[in-house]
Design a binder for this molecule. Structure first.
Ligand SMILES: CCCCCCCCCCCCCCCC(=O)SCCNC(=O)CCNC(=O)[C@H](O)C(C)(C)COP(=O)(O)OP(=O)(O)OC[C@H]1O[C@@H](n2cnc3c(N)ncnc32)[C@H](O)[C@@H]1OP(=O)(O)O
Length: 148
C-alpha cells in the first residue's frame, strides 16, 4: 500500500489534526515523543525508542502498558501516513520477552488488511535483534478527524 507522501518524516504539522498525541507529539513535555517515519519501502512506519528507565514497570523492564501505547501510536501513524484517519477499536499485544531499559528498541507497523471501515494492522518491537513483542490492532476509519 502506497503512502500519501514520500517524505520519511510524517506530517506532524498538519494543522487539521489534533497534534497533542501523548505518544508521538515531539513537543508534548509529558509524552513519549516517539518519531515515527516511513519505512524505506514505504509500506509501513518505524521508530527507534530509547528505553529509558522512567518507563519501567519492574526494575530494568519497560512497562507493558507503555509498549502497548507505542504500538498503538505506530499503527495510528501508519494509518495517517497512508491517508486514513482512524481510531483504535481493538489492540492486542503479545509480550514475548522483557524489553530492557538502557537499550534502544525498534518498532515497526504496517497495514495488513482493509475491510472498510475497519483496517487491520500488525506491529513488532525488536531489541537486540530479537522480536520481543508483537501487536495486532483494528482501526475504524473516521474521515471527520481530517476536519473540513
Ligand atoms: C498533528 C498532525 C499529525 C499528522 C500525522 C498524524 C499522526 C497522528 C497519529 C496519531 C495516532 C494516534 C493513535 C491513537 C489512536 C487512539 O488511541 S484512538 C482512541 C481510542 N479509540 C476510541 O476512542 C474509539 C472509541 N470508539 C468509538 O468511537 C466508536 O466505537 C466508533 C469507532 C466511532 C464506532 O462506533 P459506531 O459507529 O457506533 O459503530 P459500532 O456500532 O461500535 O461498530 C460498527 C460495526 O463496526 C464493526 N466493529 C467495530 N469495532 C470492531 C472491532 N473491534 N472488531 C470487529 N468489528 C468491529 C462491527 O461490525 C460493528 O458492528 P457490530 O458488530 O457491533 O454490530
Amino acid at each position: 500500500m502506497k503512502p500519501v507522501n514520500s517524505d520519511t518524516e510524517l506530517l506532524q504539522t498538519r494543522k487539521h489534526i489534533h497534534p497533542n498525541c501523548i505518544v508521538c507529539n515531539k513537543a508534548n513535555p509529558k509524552g513519549l515523543n516517539i518519531n515515527y517515519v516511513l519505512t524505506e519501502d514505504g509500506s509501513g512506519v518505524t521508530a527507534v525508542f530509547d528505553c529509558d528507565e522512567q518507563y519501567e514497570g519492574y526494575p530494568g523492564i519497560i512497562h507493558g502498558g507503555v509498549i502497548a501505547s507505542i504500538f498503538d501510536g505506530a499503527m495510528g501513524n501508519c494509518m495517517f501516513a497512508h491517508g486514513h484517519s482512524a481510531v483504535t477499536v481493538e489492540l492486542t499485544t503479545r509480550f514475548r520477552h522483557p524489553v530492557q531499559t538502557g537499550k534502544c528498541a525498534r518498532i515497526t507497523a504496517r497495514i495488513t488488511r482493509v475491510s472498510r471501515p475497519l483496517f487491520l494492522l500488525e506491529a513488532e518491537l525488536i531489541q537486540d535483534c530479537q522480536v520481543k513483542a508483537t501487536a495486532r490492532a483494528k482501526f475504524y476509519e473516521q474521515p471527520e478527524l481530517q476536519g473540513s
